[in-house]
Design a protein around this ligand. Structure first.
Ligand SMILES: CC(C)(COP(=O)(O)OP(=O)(O)OC[C@H]1O[C@@H](n2cnc3c(N)ncnc32)[C@H](O)[C@@H]1OP(=O)(O)O)[C@@H](O)C(=O)NCCC(=O)NCCS
Length: 237
């Protein structure tokens, strides 16, 4: 059993490892999504057509080009997440106390195994105050953003993800946020099921311009009701 508590500086090495592992494990699912993307299928069909048009003794070139293309797709997926990890480790993850613990409305939690004292999961929340309406929708400062939801592989499917999510929602309600939003990629199926299970609603899917080829982003939202004892939620749309 794990205890969920606020991040402490001594947790940094474990949190950093969990962050790197949790983000980089998205490479393979993203690659699979990319392989089935219409653009990729069109390119592979084009290569196949060109290969067919080549004289027999040159057809091996088609296989080389197709393999190189698939390797390039994998490399793009890998680089997308590697750049993201490096970027975050050099910015907000470098100083978690400054970015999450010194600002009201922000927080960073870890799940620590009670006996083993191992960090098995984490999650963070940030206030959307200051973000543009275009980015965050109508709720503005009364909305917060949940992210860094990662559970170590060996502790998965024991309800830790639900408990971490509930920690964020309890915190958000205490701080009188009206909605909690989060973004995830199409490839993160387990995360999507988790959020739907807890009560988030999928409000839109879109393909950001630069990431068009490798991920469809999904936005989930959780509305708090304004009557604390009522058991229903108001959702977008
Ligand atoms: C998503 C993640 C945090 C879930 O953590 P977890 O502790 O395993 O989640 P829980 O045990 O609380 O599971 C809650 C529900 O999520 C869904 N779920 C979790 N893992 C799943 C999986 N591998 N496949 C399908 N559904 C899954 C199920 O509906 C589950 O409920 P159930 O066990 O009653 O069926 C974990 O898989 C993870 O860290 N993934 C990699 C990082 C990531 O993608 N983070 C999300 C960033 S947006």
């Amino acid at each position: 059993m794990s205890e969920i508590r606020v991040f402490e500086p001594k947790d940094y090495p474990a949190v950093k490892r969990l962050f790197i592992d949790g983000i980089m494990e998205n490479v393979t699912p993203a690659f699979k999504e990319a392989l089935l993307h219409p653009v990729n299928l069109a390119v592979l069909a084009g290569i196949a057509a060109l290969t067919y048009a080549l004289p027999g003794h040159l057809r091996w070139l088609g296989f080389v080009v197709a393999t190189a293309w698939i390797a390039a797709v994998y490399w793009c997926c890998h680089m997308f997440y590697a750049i993201y990890v490096n970027d975050k480790l050099a910015s907000e993850m470098k100083d978690i106390e400054k970015h999450f613990l010194s600002l009201p409305g922000n927080c960073y939690w870890v799940a620590e195994h009670k006996k083993l004292k191992v960090i098995g999961g984490m999650v963070a929340v940030k206030s959307c105050a200051g973000a543009s309406k275009k980015e965050m929708g109508d709720e503005g400062p009364r909305q917060n953003n949940m992210f860094r939801m990662i559970v170590d592989r060996q502790y998965r499917r024991h309800g830790l993800g639900v408990r971490l999510t509930q920690t964020v929602l309890d915190f958000a309600q205490e701080h009188e946020y009206k909605t909690c939003i989060l973004g995830t990629s199409k490839a993160q199926k387990a995360a999507q099921k988790l959020y739907l299970k807890v009560g988030f609603q999928l409000i839109k899917t879109y393909t950001p311009d630069i990431k068009r080829f490798i991920s469809w982003k999904c936005i989930f939202s959780f509305h708090f009701n304004s009557f604390p004892f009522c058991c229903f939620f108001f959702f977008f749309e």
